[in-house]
Ligand binder design. Structure first.
Ligand code: OSB
Ligand code: MG
Length: 369
């Protein structure tokens, strides 16, 4: 593949509902979209960084800077055999995985389109349907949360994740479990607790919770291993896992029994697959996390979720839960059974609505060789 043109755009997209976590509220997304061409075809990738440095140190703005000044100058005009040939463009740049993943994933899409095959098959996936869950933000009241859960359960979603934080935890979990005795339920703390909260986790341990996601510090593994010794509910790591090596170490010390894989957090498809493989080899199930993506990021998540060890429902759900109109056609739809079917068109297997993208764009930069 000849990388002859790279286009970077920033889009502003309004979420249908504000999304609240232990680290803040998101209403308007700033999405950096990457377009890479070889003269014939176009691949698309999305930077999943948030607007502020709260989930991770990266932001849409830092990703723009790192891509423009460090990654794209190394990539433009180069010829690579296949998408893993991206690695040298990121060599020596510490961190900034979401910036790297924006371009890396676009190259995977481009390669699959060049070969005329769907990306999920090129990645080696075999799941023709993926199981979907939803992530429900912190709500103004428990009654509102119960109503949201009912809507999602009725829509067919197979697993409900609620966000927890100090003051919105034990009693919330207790009431949700009472109202919905059978659902697969999990809680995501986004690092809101410390080891001083072990007793609180032991209380929540009683309600048949599928997993607690990232209860402790975003860079920690040691304390998570300690917490796991005191509770039955599996710990799932999100923020702490940036690579296959991190996954290996976390598993080795017993810091988690499940891992959430996010393309942005680990730096793209090559590393996501490596994390997947390490987990598979150690008998640790994985699922695909979400970052309030537009259709482009969503389509990449769907392709990744086709790999065998994505055996738990992920946070990959329908476009209409987020956007009045998504930037891809067809939009992502979830069946009554709570599944998304893989599509068999080449690459990310959907079209990008260029007119809508142009309308949502607030800045563009083009690189050409
Ligand atoms: O921790 O999984 C998370 C959204 C933004 C940042 C971090 C997280 C999330 C979600 C939403 O939980 C998942 C989604 O619906 O895209
Ligand atoms: Mg999470």
């Amino acid at each position: 593949m000849n990388i002859t043109r790279i286009e970077m755009r920033e889009l502003r997209m309004q979420l249908l509902h504000p999304f609240e976590t232990s680290f803040g509220v998101t209403q308007e997304r700033r999405i950096v979209l990457l377009t890479v061409s070889d003269g014939d075809r176009t691949g698309y990738g999305e930077v999943t960084a948030g607007e502020g440095p709260f989930y991770s140190h990266e932001t849409s703005e830092t990703a723009w800077h790192v891509l423009r000044d460090f990654i794209i100058p190394k990539a433009i005009g180069k010829e690579i055999e296949s998408a893993p040939g991206f690695a040298p463009f990121a060599q020596g740049i510490r961190g900034h995985h979401m910036a790297k993943a924006g371009l890396e994933t676009a190259l995977w899409d481009l390669e699959a389109k060049t070969k005329g095959i769907p990306l999920w098959k090129m990645l080696g996936g075999r799941r023709e349907r993926i199981d979907c869950g939803v992530s429900i933000g912190i709500q103004p009241s428990i009654d509102k949360l119960l109503a949201r859960i009912e809507t999602e359960v009725n829509a067919g979603y197979r697993r409900i994740k609620i966000k927890i934080k100090p003051g919105w935890d034990v009693e919330v979990i207790r009431q949700v479990r009472e109202a919905f005795p059978k659902i697969l339920l999990m809680g995501d703390a986004n690092s809101a607790y410390t080891l001083a909260d072990i007793d609180l986790f032991r209380k929540m341990d009683r309600y048949d919770v599928m997993m607690f996601e990232q209860p402790l510090h975003h860079e920690d593994m040691i304390d998570h291993a300690e917490l796991q010794k005191h509770i039955e509910t599996p710990i799932c790591l999100d923020e702490s896992i940036h690579s296959a090596d991190d996954a290996r170490k976390a598993i080795q010390i017993g810091a988690c029994r499940i891992i959430n894989i996010k393309l942005g957090r680990v730096g793209g498809h090559a590393q996501a697959r490596a994390v997947h493989d390490v987990c598979r080899d150690h008998g640790i199930p994985v699922w695909c996390g979400g970052m309030l993506e537009s259709g482009v990021g969503r389509a990449h998540n769907i392709a990744l979720s086709s790999l065998d060890n994505f055996s738990l429902p992920g946070d990959v759900s329908a476009s209409k839960r987020y956007w009045k109109e998504d930037i891809i056609a067809p939009e992502v739809e979830v069946s009554r059974e709570g599944q998304i079917a893989q599509r068999n068109d080449p690459g990310i297997a959907c079209a990008v609505k260029e007119d809508l993208v142009r309308k949502l764009t607030v800045r563009t930069q083009v690189f050409q060789k």
